[in-house]
Ligand binder design. Structure first.
Ligand SMILES: Cc1cc2nc3c(=O)[nH]c(=O)nc-3n(C[C@H](O)[C@H](O)[C@H](O)COP(=O)(O)OP(=O)(O)OC[C@H]3O[C@@H](n4cnc5c(N)ncnc54)[C@H](O)[C@@H]3O)c2cc1C
Length: 473
């Protein structure tokens, strides 16, 4: 199979952003302003924070500033799996926060319900489909664990190889666990743009091309410096700057350099990649089944995730997770030919019925990985500033919850959410370079080895589990 031919014409623009529906850019901030709440970052976290802030108090003056354009980063280029889990899977939550894991699972379900309700309430056209997700076993050793998790009352349904073949047809499948309630599929960029529409209708003032360069305490308020985003050092020097005086500030800057130095070592950018196929014809759809349109993920440490779009393309992503020395985030890493070739090979191994299908898009983006693999929170200046980050590749749903938590923190009140261990406790930071690079390299190799060894975790992974830096999804 010549995967290069299948990839030859693929655009390097993330599929979801490659549409005429993408709104025209909004102008940058050009004057000093005073606001009740400033939200920094126009991805899901910032957008949901702004929306909920207006819902809580329609009269407060809320402004959102975004360095680039709304949804251009992770929020507009992800797989669109919108999961209830706030902890990157129940088992990972149990490993890190055993006491409150069940409560977090419940809060996650309520959060997903609230996303569905907001989509309906505001008439958002975001291709929201609550299909659930099939966790498929592609190795015999993975089947037993999935079978054990069978719990139909909670919506978790084990499917053996034969039952699964009646749902989605792949020669690689040995069985699956269908999580039938707790995952929805969305068009992520449309969700960003619809959230933008809604918050502007609610009165939030939004400025794009406006980068926050400094956040500092000013006794009763917070002083925020902004600069019109510029490409070169010369342009930066002459770019117009403004000062925003904000009573409260929510930082939703994800993988980008933290505006609070104290947590700058708590995340590392790890690149994830995806392909999109051309739309499948009716006979191609018939050859794979998949009428339930579930999201699919396989079970290994190095896993693939894949799903259908509204026009029956297949998004196929995952497998490689690439860290670049020095915590670098750069557009030059968004393309990685060797990963695209691997993904294409794995795609046709999964669905040999589709040989001949072409890929129309190939892209990647950085994931804000933290050492516990789900979001963390912090506040500064007497809770006038709050921030959330660390979603580690599962932030489409959890970002709304992060907005709720940040608003609770900024309210100054002690609420159930501000008292959660998840909110009070920070994950362990990553070490500075070169230790970070070396540690991530060794951990990646250990995870690959565990996959080759029927999931058995070697000494390094056991040590990481013991010190609270292990991952068990
Ligand atoms: C390829 C890929 C696939 C993924 N697939 C999934 C998936 O299927 N399901 C899932 O749940 N998660 C997935 N994720 C993760 C998910 O996309 C993120 O967790 C989520 O989008 C994070 O949203 P955010 O708003 O916090 O961050 P972002 O979307 O990154 O937004 C942060 C914004 O802040 C802005 N910003 C940063 N610094 C400043 C500053 N100083 N001033 C002004 N603005 C600033 C940035 O320009 C950016 O727009 C995936 C991620 C990637 C990269």
């Amino acid at each position: 199979m010549d995967v290069n031919a299948a990839l030859a014409d693929a655009s390097t623009i993330p599929f979801w952003l490659d549409t005429e529906l993408r709104p025209e850019p909004l102008p940058p901030l050009s004057a000093d302003e005073e606001v009740d709440l400033l939200v920094v970052g126009g991805g899901f976290t910032g957008l949901w924070t702004a929306l909920q802030a207006k819902e809580r108090d329609p009269n407060r003056r809320v402004m959102l500033v975004e360095a680039n354009t709304i949804g251009w980063a992770a929020s507009g280029r992800n797989g669109g799996f919108c999961a209830a889990s706030l902890t990157h899977g129940y088992d990972n939550g149990a490993a890190h926060l055993p006491e409150e894991n069940d409560r977090l699972a419940q809060l996650g379900r309520e959060n997903l319900d609230a996303i569905e309700a907001a989509v309906a309430k505001y008439g958002m056209d975001v291709e929201f489909e609550r299909t659930g997700e099939l966790d498929v076993a592609t190795e015999d050793y993975q089947v037993a664990e999935l079978r054990e998790a069978h719990d139909p009352d909670s919506g978790f349904i084990f499917l053996d190889q034969q039952e699964l073949a009646g749902i989605v047809k792949s020669p690689t499948y040995k069985g699956a666990l269908w999580d039938s309630r707790e995952v929805a599929m969305v068009h992520p960029a449309k969700l960003c743009w619809e959230l933008l529409r809604v918050i502007r209708e609610l009165g939030v003032e939004v400025y794009e091309g406006t980068k926050v360069t400094d956040v500092r305490d000013a006794k009763t308020a917070v002083q925020v410096q902004t600069r019109v985003t510029a490409e070169t050092i010369e342009e930066c020097a002459s770019a117009p700057c403004s000062t925003i005086t904000a009573k409260r500030v929510a930082l939703a800057t994800n993988v980008f350099p933290s505006l609070l130095k104290r947590v700058s070592l708590h995340t590392v950018p790890v690149y994830d990649y995806a392909l999109m196929t051309e739309p499948l014809r009716d006979e191609q759809m018939a050859a794979i089944g998949w009428e339930g349109r579930q999201g699919i993920g396989d079970c290994a440490n190095r896993f693939h995730y894949y799903r259908l779009t509204a026009d029956n393309r297949i998004l196929f992503g995952g497998w490689d997770a690439v860290y670049h020395f020095g915590r670098q985030v750069s557009w030059k890493y968004d393309q990685r030919p060797e990963t695209f070739e691997t993904l294409a090979e794995h795609f046709f191994a999964t669905f040999p019925q589709l040989v001949g299908l072409k890929f129309t898009h190939k892209w990647g983006g950085p994931i804000d990985t933290c050492s516990r693999f789900f979001s963390f929170f912090t506040s500064a200046y007497g809770r006038k500033v709050a921030m959330a980050a660390g979603f580690t590749g599962l932030g489409v749903g959890a970002s709304r919850f992060a907005g709720t938590v940040m608003l609770d923190l900024l309210s100054g009140e002690d609420t159930e959410l501000t008292q959660l261990e998840m909110v009070r406790k920070l994950p362990l930071p990553f070490p500075p370079e070169p230790a970070a690079w070396l540690g991530i390299k060794m951990t990646t190799n250990a995870l690959i080895k565990a996959d080759e060894n029927e999931g058995r975790r070697g000494p390094l992974l056991k040590v990481l589990d013991a010190v609270g830096m292990g991952f068990d999804s």
